[in-house]
Design a protein around this ligand. Sequence first.
Ligand SMILES: O=C(O)CCC(=O)C(=O)O
Ligand SMILES: [Fe+2]
Length: 196
Amino acid sequence: MTQFDLFAAAPALPGLTHAPGVLPEGRLAALAEAIDGAPLTPFRFQQWTGLRLTASYGWHYDFEAGRVGQAEPMPDWLLAVRDIAAGFAGVPADALVQALLIRYDAGAGIGWHRDRPVFEHVVGLSIGAPATLRFRRRRADGFDRFAQALAAGDAYHLTGEARWDWEHGIAPMAATRWSITFRSLTERFRREIGVA
Ligand SMILES: O=C(O)CCC(=O)C(=O)O
Ligand SMILES: [Fe+2]
């Protein structure tokens, strides 16, 4: 292996895995349609209503109540996507008990955040407009930063440092983007609620 190969194989941000073309190109339009057909509601936090529309399955995080609750089971089309996401991430499909569908219309994005600590693995799939998944981590005099480009059909997996130490967000996009995110529950949370 040449030095170039070694460099290419090293993850640029520890805990972030990205791969292009994980969703077959021929299925992207149907997946966008399936998301649009889901009972999407505007993301709400206190007085503020976001521009993005979301639907949760399996589990959902209720930002207003500040806790996690059970949501509708995933429909069959989403279970099929979950198999693809699980294969990409190397996580058993049935561990990915939570799914979040998002539709971002032009001008919508998602601000800096870390995903809720009850969730462990985060596996995301991108459809529609290209986006930049931005990462930042506070240091004494500012932030370390990283950016991952996401095209339609791309997948990413957050674990370890990228998942827990860095915040991520997506700047508002010029055209519609859809995403599907699957998450597992931490062992600690599973124990707390008595789920195997
Ligand atoms: O749309 C995406 O790919 C990211 C969504 C996200 O970060 C989240 O829902 O926590
Ligand atoms: Fe997130």
